[in-house]
Design a protein around this ligand. Structure first.
Ligand code: 2AM
Ligand code: CA
Ligand code: CA
Ligand code: CA
Length: 279
């Protein structure tokens, strides 16, 4: 059992503080970015707010826990190989903070209010604290391993839907359309007739939080990275949901093609996705 408190600052308090501070800052700065660059593809965007928010979080984390490892999206070269390698470089650290300073940068750039700050702390490769903050609605989703997932003092549990036909589900579209669109369109074509409807909000971390909160029953998306999923993964586990990759392999920090559900529709959604050709 890992120690929960170092000095007088609990891990969770620091994670919440980082998410709140970064979230408040990016919200105040919404619409004011002056630097917009592309990363891996023409759709893969970054602004100075992404970098500034990550720097703020990194500094706060290291003030409290100077010997903890830190993996943030903006500290890594763009592209799937670089993210996988960056994770391998740090995944054996005892304590590892996994941070996405703005999840939903495209939304942020367009002032579409669906973006989040995602902060996870892993102990020996297992997420023990997960925080996803939505500054637009001032909603802070917090989970601690074994202690549940919460939103504003309300303990979260996943939705009750038993079948896809009663379910609202979400997905995300790839940032590398040429390569990934055909598979994504086939999945949509397979899923759409079976579900109540599909949403694609543009923040994977926030979609995961919404599954924990029972607002969505399922979510899948391909080609994600550890920082998109780590915090949300614990929210879902602690709210009674289920996570795997699209083939049904158990979730771990290296999973890129995520399937997250309330548990009850997991097999049905997985089989539907696999019927579209698999990955
Ligand atoms: P981001 O905004 O932090 O980049 C949207 O479908 C989701 O995909 C978001 O969570 C977004 O995270 C993520 N995503 C993963 N890889 C991406 C990429 N290369 N470009 C843009 N969004 C990406
Ligand atoms: Ca990004
Ligand atoms: Ca992200
Ligand atoms: Ca990001």
């Amino acid at each position: 059992e890992q120690p929960y408190v170092v000095g007088s600052k609990s891990f969770t308090a620091v994670a919440v503080n980082c998410a709140a501070k970064a979230g408040e800052w990016i919200k105040i700065k919404l619409g004011t970015h002056t630097s917009l660059n592309t990363k891996y593809s023409r759709q893969d965007l970054v602004t100075e707010m992404d970098k500034g928010a990550e720097a703020l979080i990194r500094k706060l984390v290291h003030t409290h826990f100077p010997d903890h490892a830190f993996l943030g999206e903006e500290g890594v070269e763009p592209g799937p190989e670089a993210s996988a390698q960056a994770l391998r470089n740090v995944q054996d650290a005892e304590y590892l903070w996994i941070v996405d300073p703005i999840d939903g940068t495209t939304n942020y750039v367009h002032q579409f209010p669906f973006y989040s700050v995602s902060i996870a702390l892993a102990y020996k490769g297992e997420v023990i604290v997960g925080v996803v903050y939505d500054p637009s609605r001032d909603e802070l989703f917090v989970a601690e391993k074994g202690k549940g997932a919460y939103l504003r003092n309300r303990k979260l549990s996943v939705a009750e839907e038993e079948v896809l036909s009663d379910s609202l589900v979400a997905t995300g579209f790839p940032a590398d359309p040429i390569v990934a669109y055909p598979a994504n369109m086939a999945q949509l074509q397979a899923v759409a007739p079976k579900v109540r409807n599909i949403r694609a909000g543009g923040s994977a971390a926030l979609h995961l939080a919404y599954i924990a909160a029972g607002r969505l029953s399922g979510f899948w998306e391909m080609n994600l990275s550890s920082w998109d999923l780590a915090a949300g993964s614990l929210l879902i586990q602690e709210a009674g949901g289920r996570l795997s990759d699209i083939n049904g392999e158990p979730y771990h920090l290296g999973v890129r093609n995520i399937l997250a559900t309330n548990g009850k529709i997991h097999e049905e959604l997985k089989d539907t996705l696999l019927s579209a050709g698999g990955v």
